[in-house]
Design a protein around this ligand. Structure first.
Ligand code: GDP
Length: 460
């Protein structure tokens, strides 16, 4: 998902690499590229317009930043606008204060509703809830059976009136309402919710019928169910592969049933992602979950900011940059830049200064976790012992100012003294000096080759 959009956008930013100043024509051509990339990804035209307008205004308004070069600034703006388009903040399920939380699912047939019902139930069960599934899709011949299979896989009971109901109770004797019958999805939904109350389940997930295309009967039925069960959430499930039809479908469901949140399904596919990028902005309803496979655990809470980062292939580097902007003062930043570009060697004093700035930015694991590519290195990251950093700092503090500025002069007797002073072994001091020597060498090479390390995917 998003691979080609991602490639296109990153290529656009590469063109800005190394520019000291962006002219209006630089900005215009960047906007043109972004616009084409979005349209090719099937993003709806009104959304593309809104997006490019936002980026353009802000890029021309030249938000001045000490820490970012103009290319990086554009990336930052694009990222922030992307988050906005994707719905802004992460939105969590609205849970009932008392009694069961009722969640109704709506969407076209084949959109992935039933599959998602199982995933959501499982997720909630794993979080300590007691969910029950209700099969109010009486349209499709096999729908009830399908939900039963899904429920079995998720380890969650299914209320299926056609067969009596789960646990062997008779729904009709407990919930009979006049002339209504098993064949009436509104009645089934209502009976399901009542059952959940009686048996003290705390979440009821109601799967409703879909059709292959939007039609009025379907909408009316969904609206009737909504009215009858008064759900806390109505989640509209939409297939991310649907392309340009996303807008029409989403708007039809919004007008017909209305919904409180969106579920993007089949996000694991190689669709171009237009639905994802359009639906929140067109309907004003947040995307709450992503469904990412056929397995019962393939579900993710949708975070607009993380999705934007994924699209821009930058890990969470922007948060990292913002934290750096806050942690370094301007003078310090300028001093560092001078060191990196000039002929001077990196010293242990610089090292201490960086350590303290990094500490101001937050915990080191958290920082590393925001780097792109760190997803695959999660285990190594977890094994990292933060106390190691304290030991290193203690060693450096045991050095004299002369030693900090002239690491090469630290001979055997100095090493022994430093080890005693910081309460570590001489071999730990040796290791640090060796690694420091390597780091110095690396920085010298970088100086000659140009460019700063550590910001993959970022221009400049
Ligand atoms: P419903 O008619 O809306 O209930 O849709 P279903 O849940 O029956 O899903 C339709 C088809 O899409 C099934 O073959 C599912 O296995 C498949 N499907 C559903 N969600 C996903 C998903 O997130 N990823 C993939 N790859 N397939 C999915």
């Amino acid at each position: 998902m998003f691979n080609s959009l991602s490639d296109r956008l990153t290529a656009t930013f590469t063109n800005l690499r190394g520019k000291g100043r962006l002219t209006e024509s630089d900005i215009n051509s960047t906007i043109r590229d972004i616009r084409m990339a979005l349209l090719d990804a099937d993003v709806a035209l009104p959304v593309v317009k809104q997006f490019t307008r936002g980026v353009r205004e802000r890029a021309l308004g030249a938000e001045v930043s000490q820490a970012l070069n103009p290319g990086q600034q554009v990336v930052k703006i694009v990222n922030e606008e992307l988050v906005e388009i994707l719905g802004g903040q992460t939105r969590r399920l609205n849970m009932a204060k008392s009694g069961p939380t009722v969640i109704m699912l709506a969407g076209l047939q084949g959109s992935g509703k039933t599959t998602f019902a199982g995933k959501l139930a499982r997720r909630l069960r794993d979080e300590g809830h007691f969910p029950v599934l209700v099969a109010a899709d009486l349209q499709r011949p096999n729908a009830v059976r399908q939900l039963e299979v899904v429920g079995e896989r998720a380890g969650v009971p299914v209320f299926s009136p056609e067969r009596g109901n789960e646990g062997g109770h008779d729904a009709v004797s407990e919930n009979a309402e006049g002339t209504r019958s098993y064949g009436d999805p509104v009645w089934v939904a209502q009976a399901g919710v009542n059952q959940a109350k009686l048996r003290q389940y705390d979440v009821v997930i109601v799967d409703t019928a879909g059709r292959l295309a939007v039609d009025e009967n379907l909408m009316q039925q969904a609206a009737d169910i909504r009215e009858a069960i008064n759900p806390h959430e109505v989640l509209f499930v939409i297939d991310a592969m649907i392309g340009q039809a996303a807008i029409e479908t989403a708007t039809a469901f919004q007008d017909g049933v209305d919904f409180t949140g969106v579920v993007l399904s089949k996000l694991d596919g190689d669709a171009r992602g237009g639905a994802a990028l359009s639906v929140a902005s067109i309907t004003g309803r947040p995307i709450m979950y992503a469904s990412t496979g056929e397995g019962v655990k393939d579900i993710e809470v949708f975070h607009p900011d993380r999705m934007a980062s994924r699209i821009l292939d930058m890990g969470d580097v922007l948060t990292l940059i913002e934290q750096a902007e806050r942690a370094f003062d301007k003078r310090q930043a300028a001093e560092m830049a001078r060191k990196f570009s000039g002929g001077e060697d990196f010293t242990f004093d610089d090292f201490l200064q960086q350590m303290s700035a990094i500490k101001k930015m937050g915990n080191i694991k958290g920082l590393l976790g925001m780097m792109p590519g760190m997803g695959q290195m999660r285990d190594q990251l977890n094994a990292l012992d933060e106390r190691e950093f304290d030991r290193v700092e203690a060693i450096v503090h045991s050095m004299t100012p002369f030693e900090r500025n002239n690491p090469k002069q630290i001979n055997g007797s100095r090493r022994a003294r430093i080890a005693r002073g910081s309460g570590v072994s001489v071999s730990e001091v040796n290791q640090l000096l060796e690694r420091f020597g390597q780091a110095q060498k690396m920085m010298r090479q970088l100086k000659n080759g140009g460019g700063m390390p550590g910001m993959p995917g970022m221009p400049g």
